[in-house]
Design a protein. Structure first.
Length: 325
């Protein structure tokens, strides 16, 4: 389109109107219920943490923040819903690094993960916890590796879905140790943990909110955590590196996203609310007690981390020849 004077005036007027609408909406936000979409089933790690954040925002905003679980497709069903929602701040996505993995691995998603979604606030950065049944014959990571290598392909591990963070932890484990094991995807981490308890799985890289309480309650045995340093909430559990897998490091981040076209004033209003909530000592205590490691990232830092994570997973998936189908 040739930008003549008339077109320039139209564009300038539209931009000014959009800005004024955004400022007006931000000034009254929220004046009705907010919907938080979570791409994982009830009881999963992301659901547990997301619900704590939603409840805290409800109390702070004096408006209901209603959680809507839309599990499936590694969280992409939920992401697609939010990406195509009205950019008014009233539909938010609580996601984890399964989103970055999907964007890295699948160029044919029904949304553009770097344009149609706006990374708003990072909330957590927590390791996974490798758990087995208490009666399992392996009591260390080395014994699990030896058992898997002695019967290639016989052992299996669970995840909350193909391409999710727990799945990738399992794939990294296979790639870095040379074991062969079968991946069994579920719609939530809690379902995977239940099947591990029931004997249908051999091991699982659970999210902390799912795996740590089971370990502390004696229902599952923890072999290691996936961070480079020991997890403060369970300092007795070794890291994967300490347990004999030198280069293993992987954490589960979780955060808040908005539709990509959300006006800056609206995004600022929502983001400042989430940041204020995460400064509250009582909220931090609730998140920590649920097994989360709080890593607060404001908008610019969270966006930088998200985009770097996408590039990182592109490299890892290619280098390790990880199959996500």
């Amino acid at each position: 389109m040739q930008l003549n004077k008339r077109n320039f005036i139209k564009l300038a007027t539209a931009a000014g109107l959009s800005l004024s609408v955004g400022i007006g909406a931000a000034a009254t936000f929220p004046d009705k219920p907010v919907k938080m979409v979570i791409g994982y089933g009830p009881g999963s790690s992301t659901d547990v943490i997301g619900r704590i954040v939603a409840q805290g925002l409800s109390e702070m905003w004096k408006q209901p923040v209603v959680v809507e679980n839309r599990p499936g497709a590694a969280g992409n069903i939920a992401a697609d819903i939010v990406a195509k929602s009205a950019p008014d701040g009233y539909t938010i996505l609580f996601a984890q690094n399964g989103l970055a993995i999907s964007v890295a691995a699948n160029p044919n998603l029904p949304f553009n993960g770097q344009k149609d979604l706006l990374p708003l606030t990072g909330v957590t950065g927590t390791p996974h916890i490798l758990v087995v049944r208490p009666d399992a014959p392996y009591k260390t990571v080395a014994e699990l590796v030896a058992a898997a290598k002695s019967q290639p392909g016989k052992l299996n591990f669970g995840s909350s879905g193909i391409g999710n963070s727990d799945h990738m932890a399992g794939e990294l484990f296979k790639a870095l140790t040379g074991v062969q094991a079968t991946h069994i995807p579920y719609k939530s981490g809690s379902l995977a943990a239940n099947d591990l308890l029931g004997g249908q799985l051999d091991y699982y890289f659970a999210g902390m909110p799912v795996g740590l309480p089971q370990h502390k309650g004696g229902r599952l045995r923890a072999l290691a955590v996936t961070s480079a340093q020991r997890f403060p909430g369970a300092p007795d559990i070794p890291t994967m590196q300490e347990a004999g897998v030198p280069t293993f490091e992987h954490t589960l981040w979780q955060g808040v996203f908005l539709p990509g076209s959300t006006p800056a004033p609206v995004a600022e209003s929502v983001g400042s609310g989430v940041l204020k909530l995460l400064e509250d000592p009582k909220m931090r205590e609730r998140l920590t007690n649920a097994g989360a490691q709080i890593v607060v990232l404001p908008r610019e830092q969270f966006a930088e981390m998200y985009n770097k994570d996408i590039e990182r997973w592109k490299r890892v998936i290619t280098q390790q020849n990880i199959k996500l189908q």
